[in-house]
Write a protein that binds this ligand. Structure first.
Ligand SMILES: NC(=O)C[C@H](N)C(=O)O
Length: 484
């Protein structure tokens, strides 16, 4: 059962091949038996999952099932879940039981879906390797010496190891796409404003966006159908009708214009990586697409710009964790200042503290113009680069990451090297665009991802291209031995 896609599971449920309770028990059993190897879950909720599964089976028996009723998934532990521990992988929130559901969680529940539990992540979504978790690093199911990517590393590892058929993720600078690439699954970052951020613990509010992670583009389309839509509780969610994302999956690709940014194929990309990506591009040519070079001249500025803007917003968002209202509180504070200092000093991990310091500095008087304002101006130029390119082509393609998954511990002493991992993903968030990472084969035995980008709100086009690739090739079916 665990090797079936969400589309196949939905069909199996509809055809009465198995019940949601059976399916849910099967995945809970796998988590129990296998997750000690990967550490992909922070919290597993078997009782709630089985209650939801029973309710789903009853709904189906009454003839009221919807498309994904009874399908189990996992939620990144950044989404608030009513009555369930919601930690953001931080000691700061290690005692926080959310009193309400995030809109995304609520939508999944209303669709009759089952939540297996909450997945591990980099603390407050800050990281590219899932090594910054208070609950310990997540291991890549393809090779437990390798990182799964971050920050949605638990979601990616759980899906790759077949512990859940799909999961939610969030992407501020690559956090869905990069772990999807490292774990050999498919992950979609929607257009900024497409999915509600309400109840998704804020990191950098002008960049954060939730999205689906699953094994196939078709499954991502099914999940996005349930996630997307206007939410009056999120002022940045957009009032725009949600199409059926599965409707265009089989559109032919003849005449599709693909742009390859020359900046994405520079010397930081190895020949093996480039060959893997070009093999996918060749498949699109066979499907009738044309390929041309495009330029995104400000690509290299995405890293310095993002790593000012994201920490600046984080320093403001994370000021709410003060040891007073909720979350971790230090023992025996001497006075209010001591309470703030020690609660935050003890409750936040190193990388989170680094970003709060960088962000506070960048926003401080005298430095604001030199850093924050400048970063925002660069952001505008980066967005313009994409708009110019999309005048010439329909989709942009390139690698999701410069390398396959690196070894655990290999970048932890060098934050700048870790930030460099995000070179191809950050600009997409700065521009608010949608992007998808799809499996594109293996390099040195570890998965690599092809990133496909489209104009604002063109998720259907991305999913169509990704699905056609997955119809013509079988890279998305490769499984780590753990998943067999
Ligand atoms: N949150 C993300 O999208 C990951 C990115 N590497 C960051 O640390 O900001």
């Amino acid at each position: 059962m665990h090797n079936k896609t969400i589309a196949e599971l939905a069909k199996g449920l509809a055809d009465g091949e198995f019940s949601s309770v059976e399916l849910t028990q099967h995945f809970l059993g796998r988590i129990d038996a296998l997750d000690s190897q990967y550490n992909s879950f922070i919290t597993v909720t078997p009782e709630q999952a089985l209650a939801q599964a029973e309710a789903a089976d009853a709904t189906r028996a009454a003839g009221n099932a919807k498309a994904l009723t009874g399908v189990p998934v996992a939620h990144k532990d950044i989404f608030c879940t009513n009555g369930v521990l919601t930690t953001c992988a931080s000691k700061m929130l290690s005692n926080f039981v959310a009193p309400y559901d995030a809109t995304v969680v609520d939508k999944f529940n209303s669709a009759g879906m089952v939540s297996l539990g909450k997945t591990n992540m980099d603390e407050f979504a800050m990281g590219s390797s899932n090594e910054n978790s208070f609950y310990g690093a997540v291991k890549n199911p393809w090779d437990t010496n390798a990182v799964p990517g971050g920050s949605s590393g638990g979601s990616a590892a759980a899906v790759a190891a077949r512990l859940a058929p799909g999961a939610t993720g969030t992407d501020t600078g690559g956090s869905i796409r990069q772990p999807a690439a490292f774990c050999g699954i498919t992950g979609l970052k929607p257009t900024y404003g497409r999915v509600s951020r309400w109840g998704m613990i804020a990191y950098a509010s002008s960049l954060d966006q939730g999205g689906p992670m699953a094994r196939t583009a078709e499954d991502c389309a099914l999940l996005l159908n349930e996630m997307a839509g206007f939410d009056p509780k999120d002022s940045t969610s957009l009032k725009k009708a949600v199409p059926d994302y599965t409707a265009d999956l089989n559109q032919p690709l003849s005449g599709l214009r693909i742009g390859l940014p020359k900046e994405y194929f520079g010397k930081e990309l190895s020949a093996e990586m480039s060959d893997a990506i070009m093999a996918s591009v060749k498949e699109f040519e066979k499907l009738g697409a044309t390929v041309q070079e495009v330029s995104l001249p400000n690509t290299m500025l995405a890293i310095p710009s993002y790593y000012i803007i994201a920490p600046a917003e984080a320093s403001s968002n994370l000021s709410r964790f003060d040891g007073v209202r909720y979350g971790y509180r230090c023992e025996n504070p001497e006075n209010l200042e001591d309470l703030y200092k020690r609660s935050r000093g003890e409750g936040f991990g190193k990388e989170v503290q680094r970003r709060i310091l960088v962000g506070t500095y960048a926003l401080s008087e005298g430095y604001y113009d030199a850093y924050y304002r400048k970063a925002q101006r660069i952001r505008r130029l980066i967005q313009q680069d994409f708009l110019n390119a999309f005048n010439e082509v329909d989709l942009i393609m390139g690698p999701t990451t410069p390398t396959p998954a690196f070894d655990l511990g290999s970048n932890t002493d060098d934050p700048v090297q870790m930030y460099m991992e995000d070179i191809y993903t950050l600009a997409v968030n700065l521009a608010g665009l949608p992007g998808i990472s799809v499996p594109a084969g293996l390099v040195n035995g570890r998965p690599v991802g092809l990133q496909i980008l489209a104009g604002h709100f063109k998720e259907s086009q991305l999913l169509n291209a990704a699905h056609q690739l997955q119809t013509a090739t079988n890279w998305h079916q490769l499984a780590p031995s753990a998943g067999q």
